[in-house]
Write a protein that binds this ligand. Sequence first.
Ligand SMILES: *Cc1c(COP(=O)(O)O)cnc(C)c1O
Length: 448
Amino acid sequence: MTTATASRDYPRIVVPPPGPKARAIVERQDRFASTSYPKEYALAVARGQGPMVEDVDGNRFLDFMAGIAVASTGYGHPKVVKAVQDAAARFLHICGSDFYYESFAALCERLAQLAPGTSKKRVFLANSGTEAVEGAIKLARHSTGRPAIIGFLGAFHGRSYGGLSLTASKAVQRLGFAPFLPEIHHVPYGYRYRCEYCRGEQACNRRCVSWIEQELFTKKVPPESVAAIFVEPIQGEGGYVVPPAGYLRDLRELCDRYGILLVADEVQCGVGRTGKMWACEYEGIEPDILLSAKGLGSGMPIGAIIAKESIMKWKPGAHGTTFGGNPVCCAAALATLDIVEKELLPKVSKMGERLISGARKLQDKYAVIGDVRGRGLMVGVEFVKDRETREPAPDVPRELVDRAFKKGLLLLGCGKSSLRLAPPLVVDEYDVDTALRIIDECLHEMSD
Ligand SMILES: *Cc1c(COP(=O)(O)O)cnc(C)c1O
């Protein structure tokens, strides 16, 4: 810790947020924008720098949600900004589905080489996580000739019909939109803290995985009809849930026994967030298809389907996109991957350890914290009314997020009663300690 960290100009609250300028924007946007946007709190952004976000009234916030785990390299990283500016000045669009340009070729090559495992990969570039999921559903059915897909309770895969059909994290996201894609089956995730299978057992025997084989496959869904299992290596929207050790390996083996594709949705947990480039590297597995988006472009919209070459063999015209792999977004992604690989990856694990051990200290202090889990800078804190019954306490993260905002810390909930800590990957000791201090202050006030 250096003295430089002692004199930061953030967090800094000059007007209780939302101030007058923020309120004017909120009112205007709420009058004309779709009523479906969830909206967390009245943050109206003017600019950002590193892990700091400044609102239109001059308040400076420390960001521990990164615009939903997207601002991986922080705000305004000079290399990303320059890459975007240079690319924008050259050409904004030509359509990578139909023509060629260097950044498109370079990004496909780069992602194919970065993906875990030794098989040769091919890459489809999309605009978003949802579009990557949607394409992967199509690719899985197309390449296996099988109809069924297995997803997990708590999973989030997007809002389009394919993605939404696979999503099972909040019922409000599905209410009124049925019927969904047929042949999608949800099974419980490896959620150790709320396990349905190993209750009362000391060790985790990953019975949730054997259940798929012994129950689902024998009673309802014949495995030879299953195209793919879609899994988030760490569940994001569902509560920042880290599955038990061996879980992804078990799923990999299950898939191999029946010729089922394993699709790792790393839209939220990938691109260095967990301290490795991809979260499934922690289990040493090679997914058949890997999906990326969110942090990949540091905020520029880009998604990717990275598949084994043996699987991505669909014919020209079978799948495409007008904007996917936009040249400005490709430039942002290439710069982001450089920065994450060369500058940030070694730091993420170190900062992550500091964050999780700080969160565990808060758990010792506050009985409302039932569970702390995470990898790298993807940390979940789950709140309960009672540590014995583990009854969820959704009001606690809600109030905590609100209080933290007023003190200059941006947070976001997830799952039923959890808090997600997902700062830009550029945070340092000062940032981690400041976030923990503010959370401590809020919980202290709330326990009075
Ligand atoms: C956010 C998310 C998506 C959807 O991505 P969008 O870019 O919002 O379309 C899909 N999968 C996971 C795991 C996500 O976190």
